[in-house]
Design a protein around this ligand. Structure first.
Ligand code: UTP
Length: 475
C-alpha cells in the first residue's frame, strides 16, 4: 500500500485527513518529513484529547476535601524543628560533597511573553555586566561545585525549536568555563497545535504546527535522552530543578536537598507565602493525603479568599516552580517508556496554513496548545515535602520585558539581594528614603555562592561602603 493511503487510513477515521491536503505537491523528502511527524502521533489518543480538552473547555475538578498543604515553615516552629533543619542542612552538604546531586534547568519554553529572539537562556539579565541567564547559572554552578568540592553536572532541557541555538550558544562561550561534559543537553517532546474545530494545524505544507509539550515533558525526556542512565552510572540521586528565567535561585540548596533526603521524599517543592489570594502562582493543596498543585486560575475564588481565624490566607502556599526530585522516582514513573500527566489547555494565536496553503497569522486565538506540567507528578509520589522559602532570596521570574515579573523587576531583585548580602557582611549600602538600593550592584556568581563567600570577599577587599549612585561589579 502506498504511503499516502496508509496515512489516510489512519487519519480519516479521526477526521484529520486534511493534514494530507498538500501531499501531492510535496517532494519525496518533504513527504517523508510529514509522514515521520504523523507516525509519532497516536491518533486515537489524540482524538480523545481533542474531545476532552479542545472541543469543550475542560474544568478542573476540585475535590470536596481540598485543603491547604502542610509545609515546613521558613522559621522552625520549635527546638526539635530547628535541630531537624540543622541536621538537614548538614545532610544536604554531605550529599553535595558526595556528588549525589545534579542541577536541572528547564529551558525548552518559547518565551513568547518576553518577545526575545532566541532561547530565553541567552537573554542578558545581569544588572551590571549584562551576563546572560545561562552564564549566570553556569557561574553559580561552577562556584557551588568548588564549595562542595565536587563539580555539579547540569542537565539542560531544550525543545526541538531551540536545541541547536542553545548548544551553539554554549559552544560559542566555551561553556562559560564548565567542562563540556558537565553539561547534558536533552530535548523534550512536542505536541501538535489544534484548531478550535478540532483539526490539527499545519505550519507548513510538510509540517505540523508543533510546540514543546510543557515542562511536564521533562520527566520522560530525562529517560529517553539517557540522562537517567547517566545519573545512575554516576551515583546521582537527586535533581535540583529550576526554571531558566529565575536567576535569583540558588542552583543547589543544602537545606532543601537535605530535608528531601531525611523525609524520604520522592518529589519536594519550595513554597512562597502568596502576596494575595489571587497571585498568579500554583496553590499547594492536599486531597486524600496527596499534595496537589492547583493553578491559580483553577482555584475557586471562595477557596482562594478563605482565611484562618488569625486572618491569614488558608491557601497561602504558592509555587515558584522549584523542586528536588529523586532519580528513582523518575525512573519508576517512566518505567514503561511513557508517562501520563494531565494536560493543560492554553488558547493561543497560532500561525497556520489555510485551506489553499497561505500562511495565516491570526490576531485572535484560533486554537489550543496542550502542555503538561511537572508539578502534576507530585500527587504520584509516595512521599512529598514542601519547604517554605524566602521570596526575596529565590524568586525573580523574567516573564515580561517590563512590569510584573519582568526583566526590570528581576534586575531590581538581583541588586536588592546582593545589597542585603553586603549589608549582612557589614557594608554600608546607599538606599533611598523608601529603602530602595541607590546603586547598581552585581556580585559575581562565579565568585559568590553564599553569605560566607560575601563575608570573605568583604574582608579581603576591606570593603566598607558603596558610594551612592555607583555601578559596581564585584568579582
Ligand atoms: P513558562 O510557562 O513561563 O513559559 O515556562 P515560557 O515559554 O518561558 O514563556 P511564555 O509563557 O511563552 O511567555 C516556565 C519554565 O518552563 C520552561 C521554560 O523554558 C521556563 O523555564 N518550559 C516551559 C519548558 O522547558 N518547556 C515547555 O514546554 C514549557
Amino acid at each position: 500500500m502506498d504511503r499516502r493511503q496508509q496515512l489516510f487510513d489512519r487519519l480519516a477515521p479521526v477526521h484529520q485527513e486534511q493534514l494530507l491536503r498538500f501531499w501531492p505537491e510535496l517532494s519525496p523528502a518533504q513527504q517523508e518529513k510529514l509522514a515521520g511527524q504523523l507516525d509519532e502521533i497516536d491518533f486515537n489518543e489524540m482524538d480523545q484529547l481533542i474531545r476532552e480538552y479542545v472541543l469543550v473547555r475542560p474544568k478542573t475538578r476540585i475535590p470536596d476535601d481540598l485543603g491547604p498543604a502542610p509545609y515546613f515553615p521558613l522559621v522552625p516552629k520549635d527546638e526539635a524543628q530547628r535541630a531537624l533543619y540543622e541536621k538537614a542542612e548538614a545532610r544536604g552538604a554531605e550529599l553535595l560533597r558526595a556528588g549525589k546531586v545534579s542541577c536541572l534547568t528547564v529551558a525548552g519554553g518559547q518565551g513568547t511573553r518576553l518577545g526575545f529572539d532566541g532561547p530565553k537562556g541567552t537573554y542578558p539579565i545581569a544588572p551590571v555586566t549584562g551576563k546572560t541567564l545561562f552564564e549566570y547559572f553556569a557561574s553559580s554552578i561552577l562556584r557551588a561545585g568548588e564549595k562542595f568540592g565536587k563539580p555539579l553536572t547540569w542537565y539542560v532541557m531544550t525543545s526541538l525549536l531551540n536545541r541547536e541555538a542553545t548548544e551553539a550558544f554554549f559552544c560559542e562561550h566555551a561553556f562559560f568555563g564548565l567542562a563540556p561534559e558537565q553539561v547534558f543537553f536533552f530535548t523534550q517532546g512536542t505536541m501538535p497545535a489544534i484548531g478550535y474545530d478540532g483539526k490539527l494545524l499545519l505550519a507548513e505544507k510538510d509540517s505540523l504546527s508543533l510546540s514543546p509539550n510543557g515542562h511536564g515533558g521533562t520527566l520522560l525526556a530525562l529517560r529517553k535522552s539517557g540522562a537517567l542512565d547517566r545519573m545512575k552510572r554516576e551515583g546521582v540521586e537527586y535533581l535540583s530543578y529550576f526554571q531558566v528565567d529565575n536567576p535569583l535561585i540558588p542552583v543547589v540548596n543544602p537545606l532543601f536537598v537535605g530535608l528531601h533526603d531525611l523525609e524520604n521524599s520522592e518529589m519536594s517543592a519550595i513554597m512562597l507565602a502568596k502576596t494575595g489570594p489571587f497571585e498568579k502562582l500554583g496553590n499547594f493543596c492536599v486531597t486524600q493525603g496527596h499534595i496537589e498543585i492547583i493553578e491559580y486560575s483553577d482555584l475557586p475564588a471562595e477557596l482562594a479568599e478563605s482565611r484562618n481565624p488569625d486572618g491569614s490566607l488558608r491557601f497561602i502556599a504558592g509555587s515558584p516552580a522549584i523542586h528536588v526530585i529523586s532519580r528513582e522516582f523518575i525512573e519508576h514513573l517512566t518505567a514503561g517508556g511513557s508517562l501520563k500527566l494531565p494536560w493543560h489547555r492554553a488558547d493561543k494565536k497560532i500561525p497556520c496554513l489555510d485551506e489553499v496553503g497561505n500562511l495565516v497569522k491570526p490576531s485572535e486565538p484560533n486554537g489550543v496548545k496542550l502542555e503538561s506540567f511537572i508539578f502534576d507528578a507530585m500527587p504520584l509520589a509516595k512521599r512529598t515535602m514542601v519547604l517554605e522559602g524566602r521570596r526575596e532570596d529565590l524568586f525573580a521570574p523574567t516573564k515580561n520585558p517590563t512590569g510584573v515579573d519582568s526583566v526590570e523587576s528581576c534586575r531590581a531583585l538581583l541588586v536588592d539581594r546582593d545589597a542585603r548580602r553586603l549589608e549582612a557582611a557589614g557594608v554600608k549600602v546607599p538606599r533611598t528614603p523608601e529603602g530602595k538600593v541607590d546603586a547598581l550592584i552585581e556580585l559575581s556568581p562565579r565568585r559568590i555562592f553564599d553569605q560566607a563567600d560575601v563575608d570573605a570577599y568583604v574582608a579581603e577587599h576591606n570593603l566598607r561602603e558603596i558610594a551612592r549612585g555607583a555601578k559596581l561589579y564585584l568579582e
